[in-house]
Ligand binder design. Structure first.
Ligand code: NBG
Length: 870
């Protein structure tokens, strides 16, 4: 590429002062191996020396000296920083090789659009995935550090709320591991998921300031920026005999790209998560500053930065917050512009080819504005015709539904949308007009009244059922109409999607609907977080191939009843329990009985997930223990119960549940009669890293949602992989886990999804169990203090004049206690318990996200592996 062009490319739009120094800097760049991703041609005449040539300990010391000014006397955080910045270079080498190859091959790409990516920590995952673990562990040893401790100094990247965001992270790992050309696209939130602390047993939320020490795992792409506009007006002008639409936004920001390389395991492929940061169009309003108006001078910066500042916690309350829509449009627009600009660089304006080169997966409704934005870019910016654009767009887009909770199926008031995105609102109106017209034709055989009813029920724009004066845009309907494929995330959930949530649509387009049962990466969730179990499995199977091919775990079934193997299996679990005990000691100051059954429930706090039901059973256990003689108690199964999870800041009932957990724990853990036999701890600030410590140590885990409410669950799969038994309802992926593990090995209880509607209607007349009544009286009567605070919680499930026990805790209570008794009986027979535990891991092959991603690639994306040559 000519030098001038390079100069223009890199510095277009840069302030004058930078242009003056451009020649020097640009010359400097010529010596670099410039990545294909940035859209630059290679100009390299000199190859930089790879850090692979520098021994790792020296490289770590170099990084500390030249990046941080440290000269010996390192802290653990230093050791982490030096290691991470050193590993980063190897990651970038792999990233560049992959992207050079992909640029050459020009395969079809999958773009995973998600408002959340819950990545957790990167160091361990990166060194293991790149096969550098031995080298860096040794290097750290030479510097006097242990890899595990050093890795602990990393802050979690918590750019997600829970399951949906973590799923996106697992998917990226699998896409890279399977050599699938694909990127994630999202938002680089400055503040991730809030940090949770406890104050007197109540949740308090603190900001997650995760970028203060820099982020070695990202690369800012100064040459990848796009303008994103909001508000303003739409005009039409004649151009020749064509009418063109012009949208003039009243506000504009810049989306600045940051790349986060994603290493695959056992492959040279390193793919990418591109996150967008919002920055102002102009740095600073100098005229306002000169006039002494400092506030105004800063205003644009603040307004822009506000867009990518915080991750929204997923509240149970309906969201109507404009900023959230702004965030959604911001990242979707930048991502689509980015993809189209790369497409055009190779294929010019041959947009009919787009569906063969790109497809987009909408992770829930959050990125659904993509339907209108892709239309707008192709119509208004590229000048294509409506019909052509609609065909292209629907071929490129697919939508995954992740929840049946009506409050999470986003609907935006037409007024809000029209003000913020006037052109998109027009486009959605035209889509809806075409859609409802088409429907009228399709349903022509129905009686007029019935037809009108069906059309109204399927209209993308509809009345707010709670406010007749307000019209809403139903984002899920927009996604269904505007996509090629729609999928649920577990078999039962996909059936609910077809039979209930989108049944009208399913009847019309049955082949559009699919199931893709979730999965989790066996790297992070078994091999890297439980290396002891991983090496036992590898030794036993005689191969580590199971890490890429989890179906091979089935080979463990042959050892499930083998006593010698059970002893080894038990020893690993014991070691992991000791680690969790250490953590409990650190947080709560208590020693726990490490021979007790470790019983865990970790997930977001939500009424449908029923942590409350778990607490009720713990109180019941406590009361039984209290009644026993010391001799009888010795025969009881001791339990250490752990509950962890965050409550959305505005979710009042969830916060009360947390307080109930801590209040019950305060009583139980101090009681000298029972504390040997029962403990309950709330572990604050549940996040990915905490899960990596807790899950390997768990013996029993609780997945006890009301049947039909948990779309899939993914922690259930992580527990299963780590040989943890499950007590659960017939819900989400529990069902498939039970099928793979052997249903008799799972403690299943509770009513079935098909019964729920009827039972809800009859709940008022349901005859509650006497034990339930007793517990309600205990909590209401102040057995755990805070009685006024707990009153609404009791009322929500027990006072039918106030709450309606929507999640049917009372209906499942008795069968839950029975299942808990079965757990105790089984635990007393350690050999049987261990047999089951082994059967869980052996049956977890299906739940690798590699399997899930392979299915998406084959059935929805039609994207093929493209592996760089080493
Ligand atoms: C969650 C569901 C889980 C599911 C994950 C991943 C949202 C909106 N949904 O059951 O509650 O496992 O998505 O699919 O976070």
């Amino acid at each position: 590429m000519a030098y001038r062009q390079l100069q223009n490319y890199s510095f277009a739009g840069a302030p004058q002062v930078y242009r003056q120094i451009a020649p020097r800097v640009a010359l400097g760049r010529r010596t670099l191996r410039v990545s294909a991703v940035a859209g630059l041609e290679k100009t390299a005449s000199v190859e930089p020396a790879s850090t692979a040539l520098v021994p790792a300990p020296v490289d770590i010391a170099n990084k500390l000296r030249y990046l941080f000014g440290r000269n010996g006397d390192y802290t653990v955080t230093d050791a982490y920083q030096g290691t991470a910045w050193s590993v980063r270079e190897k990651l970038i080498d792999s990233f560049n090789k992959t992207h050079d190859h992909w640029k050459e091959e020009d395969p079809k790409f999958i773009y995973y659009l998600s408002a959340e990516f819950l990545m957790g920590r990167s160091l361990i995952n990166t060194v293991y995935n790149l096969g550098l673990d031995g080298e860096y562990a040794e290097a750290l040893n030479q510097l006097g550090y242990e890899m595990e401790k050093v890795a602990d100094a990393e802050r979690d990247a918590a750019l997600g709320n829970g399951g949906l965001g973590r799923l996106a992270a697992c998917f990226l790992d699998s896409m890279a591991t399977l050599d699938l050309p694909g990127w994630g696209y999202g938002i680089r939130y400055k503040y991730g998921m809030f940090k949770q602390a406890l104050k007197n047993g109540y949740q308090v939320e603190l900001p997650d300031i995760w970028l203060t020490k820099g982020n070695p795992w990202e690369l800012r792409r100064d040459d990848v920026k796009f303008e994103v506009g909001f508000g303003g007006r739409v005009e039409r002008r004649k151009q020749g005999n064509k009418e063109v639409t012009m949208w003039t936004p009243s506000e504009k920001v810049i989306a600045q790209a940051y790349d986060n390389p994603i290493p695959g395991f056992n492959t040279p492929t390193t793919s990418n998560l591109r996150l967008w940061d919002a920055v102002p169009l102009t740095e600073f309003d100098l005229s306002a500053f000169n006039a002494g108006d400092y506030d105004r001078a800063m205003l644009e910066r603040e307004r822009a930065e506000g867009i990518s500042a915080v991750l929204y916690p997923n509240d149970s309350t309906p969201e109507g917050k404009e900023l959230r829509l702004k965030q959604q449009y911001f990242f979707v627009s930048a991502s689509l512009q980015d993809v189209l600009s790369r497409f055009k660089a190779v294929h010019g304006n041959n947009f009919d080819l787009l569906p063969e080169k790109a497809c987009f997966q909408l992770n829930d409704t959050h990125p659904t504005i993509a339907v209108a934005e892709l239309m707008r870019l192709l119509l208004d910016v590229e000048g294509l015709d409506w019909d052509q654009v609609w065909t292209i767009s629907t071929k490129c887009l697919n939508y995954t539904n992740h929840t049946v909770m009506p409050e999470a199926l986003e609907k935006w008031p037409v007024k809000v949308m029209a003000k913020m995105l006037p052109r998109h609102m027009e486009i959605i109106e035209v889509i809806n007009e075409g859609w409802t017209k088409w429907l009228a034709g399709h349903l022509k055989d129905l009686a007029p009244e019935e037809r009108a009813k069906r059309i109204a029920a399927m209209s993308i724009i509809h009345e707010n059922p709670w406010n007749k004066d307000e019209m809403l845009v139903n984002m899920a309907y927009l996604a269904v109409v505007g996509s090629s494929a729609v999928n649920g995330v577990a078999a039962i959930h996909s059936n609910i999607v077809k039979d209930e949530i989108f049944n009208d649509f399913y009847q019309i387009f049955p082949s559009k609907f699919q199931n893709k049962t979730n999965g989790v990466t066996p790297r992070r969730w078994l091999a890297w977080c439980n290396p002891e179990l991983a090496s036992l499995i590898t030794d036993t199977l005689g191969t580590s191939e199971w890490i890429n091919d989890t179906e091979k775990l089935a080979g463990l079934r042959a050892y499930a009843s083998d006593k010698a193997f059970q002893v080894k299996w038990a020893a690993v679990k014991k070691a992991k329990k000791a680690k969790l005990a250490e953590l409990i000691k650190k947080v709560h100051g208590d020693e726990v009985n490490q021979d007790a059954l470790f019983d865990i429930q970790i997930k977001r706090i939500h009424e449908y997930k029923r942590q409350y039901l778990n607490v009720l059973s713990i109180i019941w256990r406590y009361k039984q223990l209290k009644k026993m003689s010391p001799e009888e108690r010795k025969k009881a199964v001791a339990r250490v119960c752990v509950i962890g999870g965050k409550a959305a800041s505005a979710y009042d009932m969830a916060k009360r549940i947390i307080r109930l957990v801590t209040a019950v724990g305060d009583v139980i853990n101090k009681d000298p009669d029972t504390k040997e036999y029962l403990r309950l701890y709330f572990l604050p600030d549940y996040n990915v890293s905490l899960a990596e410590t807790i899950i390997p140590a768990a013996e029993l885990s609780q997945h006890i949602s009301t049947a039909g409410t948990e779309a899939s669950g993914t922690s259930n799969m992580k527990f299963q992989m780590n040989g943890c038994l499950i007590i659960g309802t017939w819900d989400g992926a529990n069902i498939e886990i039970a099928e793979e593990t052997g249903i008799d090995n799972v403690f299943v209880f509770g009513v079935r999804a098909e019964e729920i509607n009827q039972l809800r209607k009859e709940r008022k007349n349901f005859k509650t169990d006497p034990r339930w009544d007793e517990l309600m009286r205990d909590i209401e009567g102040g057995m755990f203090g805070d009685k006024d605070y707990f009153k609404p919680l009791v009322d929500s499930v027990n006072n039918m004049k106030v709450g309606n026990d929507w999640f049917l805790l009372a209906n499942d209570f008795a069968s839950y206690l029975k299942a808990q008794e079965d757990v105790d009986a089984c635990y007393k027979d350690q050999s049987e318990w261990l047999r089951r535990s082994i059967m869980y891991t052996a049956g977890s092959g299906k739940f690798s996200s590699d399997r899930t991603i392979r299915e998406y690639a084959e059935d929805i994306w039609h994207v093929k592996p493209c592996r760089p040559t080493v």
